[in-house]
Design a protein around this ligand. Structure first.
Ligand SMILES: [Zn+2]
Length: 353
């Protein structure tokens, strides 16, 4: 019943038109790097841009030792300095932001409670992140006040959060934005405890990954955009492969209309899979984090090329995290995550079914 009400409200908003399709953000969003929105006709002599590059990175945690290092060095862009140029070469940049950015709230004392200094937002802006997911198991570590403060601070910095909001409708509503003339819908979810972080009808929180709800959200978003991008925070920490349930759900998400799935949470990279021509990255691993376990100081970026409104190419690029918690491209001799490996991993994935 609740779900039907939710979809009914979404459908009513859809018929009201594009300009009100981001009722939870400040306005319709055209990315800052772009000089014109989708509704501004290009000058007659200017050929329309038909190719775009989107960069997806994994878990970014700016609290704990990463936060201490930035504060000690008084350098709030430190984690991104060595990779900012690479990031800025793209038309859109995404990460999973595994902490609230706030000076408010109350520590709920989860096993690890993260909250990043508001100054650390400077690094995300310097790196040019346009979209960050707050649908993860740490966004609620300091409760709803810190989460909502984080969302408003991000928006004020020109960074669009997805997967969290002042209620379930806001958390599940697709983030709709334009990059040039390309229309993109983002959806982000988490199914890692604490479940108390889940947004409710009248309760702020994160978008909980209920499969039926997520598939309904994807079907809702499908006609609103050229690309539907789904970012689940899921899986088992430090596991080399996704579970059968994850694989099945990823396939259902593609079947429901998602163009690409970009997952995170395990802190290590997992195989890429091509399912019916659509890529699924089950886990990109870490991008900026302070963990010590094997594999947690490496991760993948996905370089996605969009041509004529369709994903034409997906290239994994390996990164490593140095002792100052800085993300950098892995050197050539370390660089082993190009397509042949991805295909080998995909083959291994299928053999595990
Ligand atoms: Zn996580």
């Amino acid at each position: 019943m609740r779900q039907r009400l939710h979809i009914g409200i979404l459908a009513a908003m859809a018929v009201a038109g594009w300009c009100v399709l981001n009722p939870f953000a400040s306005s319709q969003i055209a990315l800052p790097a772009q000089t014109s929105s989708a509704r501004t006709a290009p000058a007659p002599s200017a050929p329309e841009k038909t190719e775009y590059t989107l960069l997806f990175t994994g878990d970014v945690m700016l609290s704990r030792a990463v936060g201490s290092k930035m504060a000690t060095l008084k350098d709030w862009s430190l984690p991104f300095r060595l990779i900012a140029d690479t990031l800025r070469g793209a038309d859109l940049r995404y990460c999973n932001l595994e902490c609230p950015i706030s000076d408010r709230g109350a520590n709920l004392h989860h096993l690890y409670s993260f909250r990043a200094d508001p100054k650390s937002i400077e690094g995300l802006a310097t790196a040019g992140f346009n979209v960050v997911s707050q649908a993860n198991n740490h966004a609620y570590d300091w409760g709803p006040e810190a989460l909502l403060d984080s969302l408003s601070r991000l928006r004020a910095a020109g960074i669009q959060p997805v997967g969290a909001g002042e209620n379930a409708l806001a958390a599940h509503y697709p983030l709709l934005l334009t990059v040039g003339t390309l229309r993109i819908a983002f959806l982000a979810y988490v199914n890692i405890d604490p479940h108390e972080a889940a947004a409710g009808v009248n309760r702020a929180g994160v978008a909980w990954l209920d499969p039926a709800q997520a598939l309904a959200d994807i079907r809702f978003a499908r006609p609103l955009a050229d690309l539907v991008i789904v970012c689940p925070h899921w899986g088992v920490e430090y596991a080399a492969k996704p579970s059968r349930d994850q694989i099945d759900l990823a396939h259902q998400m593609i079947d429901a209309g998602a163009d690409i799935i970009v997952g995170s949470h395990p802190h290590v990279t997992q195989p890429l899979e091509n399912y019916h021509g659509h890529w699924i990255a089950y886990s990109l691993g870490n991008f900026v984090f302070d963990q010590e376990s094997p594999g947690t100081h490496r991760g993948l970026m996905l370089k996605v090329t969009v041509r004529d409104r369709k994903i034409a190419d997906v290239q994994p690029m390996e990164i490593r995290i140095n002792s100052n918690y800085q993300a950098e491209l892995a050197s050539a001799d370390e660089h082993s995550a190009q397509h042949p490996v991805a295909e080998k991993e995909a083959a291994a994935l299928h053999s595990s079914k």
